[in-house]
Design a protein around this ligand. Structure first.
Ligand code: THU
Length: 127
């Protein structure tokens, strides 16, 4: 799948966000090596600490369907800045695919690309 196609899936996913507290809707699309894609959006809660990010929604959907290896993730928010994954999401993704690529997209459709390893150098791992 092209970067643009994956970003379009993240844009579509952001339209399903449940974000009444922050008003900040995020979508993510996570691609497996076989080309299958799992999407996710952020889901908020009145108990604010319970909110889950779009990236982790996509990740837990994928892992709970038996996937443990990922090639690329696109993240989109309709904002003027690139939407970067939070620290918790970086660590959660690193567990499965430190070599994966992260595409961060913004309103005007432009995006930047990183290796997850660049976004989380010296990650915590258990021996
Ligand atoms: N959020 C995400 O879903 N992904 C990110 O990369 C950053 C933040 C969500 C969490 C919360 O629902 C809202 O955006 C504001 O922080």
């Amino acid at each position: 799948m092209t970067d643009r196609e994956l970003i379009n899936l993240a844009i579509e996913a952001s339209q399903k966000a449940y974000a009444p507290y922050s008003g900040f809707s995020v979508g993510a699309a996570l691609e497996c090596p076989e080309g299958i894609v799992f999407t996710g959006c952020n889901v908020e809660n009145a108990a604010l600490g319970n909110c889950i990010c779009a990236e982790r929604t996509a990740l837990v959907k994928a892992v709970s369907e038996g996937r443990r290896s990922f090639r690329k993730m696109a993240v989109f928010a309709d904002t003027s800045r690139y939407c970067m994954p939070c620290g918790t999401c970086r660590q959660m993704l690193y567990e499965f695919s430190p070599e994966m690529e992260i595409l961060c997209a913004k309103s005007n459709g432009s995006y930047v690309s990183y290796k997850l390893k660049e976004l989380l150098p010296n990650a915590f791992v258990l021996d």
